[in-house]
Ligand binder design. Structure first.
Ligand code: SF4
Length: 345
């Protein structure tokens, strides 16, 4: 959409629409319902508001709903979509079908500036933040939008580095006048920015996953750049001390790399770190990419970690790996730049 000076509706809440359109709050909620639940892309087709309001709104605003520009399907059924906004930034979104749940994994930034070495999005570099509307659009403009049950913020980008837009997107996705998805079915993932996590826990009721890598400070500092500024121990203590609201889930993601962080010593370290807490552990297979020679831990090792954690009283599960063959799995999203990256080393 060329710059016409019109305002973008996708990403607005009823109060913002009320002041933009000079209408009452109930009419504004009719508009958000049509936008976020029914995905009506043309303002003149919105039902339940006056003709004058539609005409005025069409003069000053546009919905800004964008379809994906391409897609790739995995042999396991997951589908990766490429979106391009008007800036133009490119970012990827993954649909993960399941027996009992259908999940969309959304991006919060084009690229990422956190620089985790095992993640291709970090290699992509930072291109820009996505607006709340860009984030929501990945949910409502997905071809499978109508059958979605869960949303995870685990695509490209560090959500705590774009927190205002992430909190606003969570708010609109969970609101009755918005998409009305249960907050229990929305999970935001972070590699750890302490101040952002504090704000997230205060201003959103959605679930949180913290990516740990190692229970040992020095080892984590050598690998995860964020550890130098935001120590994991501080973040775990924050999670432990958080008064858990009913059903809100705080978890740790632990990506297991063969011979790097899957020893018995690491297992004991995890047990000690998480003892007497309600924090759950998600064990993940490492997804190898072309830029390093690290290999995933064996499935047996993941099972062993899970068994040992559970029998020691730490809640643990193994997250199923999806979409590896189309570079849609955790840590592999790179939008349109994958080939450039592969040729650059
Ligand atoms: S793992 Fe997450 S925070 Fe780290 S570089 Fe990748 S997208 Fe960014």
């Amino acid at each position: 959409m060329p710059d016409t000076g019109k305002k973008l509706l996708c990403g607005m809440d009823p109060d913002e629409i009320k002041s933009l359109a000079n209408c009452d709050i109930s009419a504004a909620k009719v508009i958000t319902n049509c936008l976020y639940k029914k995905r009506i892309a043309d303002i003149t087709r919105i039902t339940g508001i006056s003709k004058q309001l539609k005409e005025y709104l069409s003069e000053v605003a546009y919905t800004g709903l964008l379809n994906p520009v391409s897609c790739q399907k995995s042999s396991d059924g997951s589908i990766k979509y490429l979106f391009r906004n008007n800036n133009p930034l490119e970012y990827e979104t993954v649909f993960l079908p399941g027996d009992r749940r259908n999940t969309v994994c959304v991006s919060t930034q084009a690229g990422c500036r956190m620089g985790c070495p095992f993640c291709v999005s970090g290699k992509y570099g930072f291109r820009g933040n996505l607006s709340a509307g860009d984030i929501i659009n990945q949910v409502i403009s997905l071809p499978e939008s109508g059958i979605l049950t869960h949303v995870v913020f685990m695509g490209m980008g560090e959500p705590m580095d774009n927190l205002d837009n992430v909190i606003k997107a969570c708010h609109i996705l969970t609101a009755e006048w918005g998409r009305a998805i249960s907050r229990r079915n929305i999970t935001v993932s972070t590699v750890g920015i302490t101040s952002g996590i504090k704000r997230f826990l205060r201003f959103s009721d959605c679930n949180l996953v913290f990516s740990l890598f190692s229970p040992f400070e020095e080892e984590r500092r050598n690998v995860i750049p964020a550890e130098r500024k935001y120590p994991a121990r501080e973040i775990i203590n924050l999670m432990k001390s958080y008064p858990l609201q009913k059903k809100r889930r705080l978890s740790i993601a632990y990506v297991m790399i063969d011979g790097i962080n899957d020893s018995d010593k690491h297992l004991e370290g995890l047990k000690v770190l998480l003892r007497n807490s309600m924090i759950r552990v998600n064990l993940l297979k490492y997804h190898q990419h072309p830029y390093d020679d690290r290999a995933p831990s064996t499935p047996e090792r993941l099972q062993y970690f899970k068994h040992e954690l559970v029998t020691s009283g730490v809640s643990a599960s193994i997250r199923r790996s999806r979409g590896e063959d189309i570079s849609a799995a955790c840590g592999l999203l790179a939008a349109g730049l994958r080939d450039d990256l592969m040729n650059s080393d």
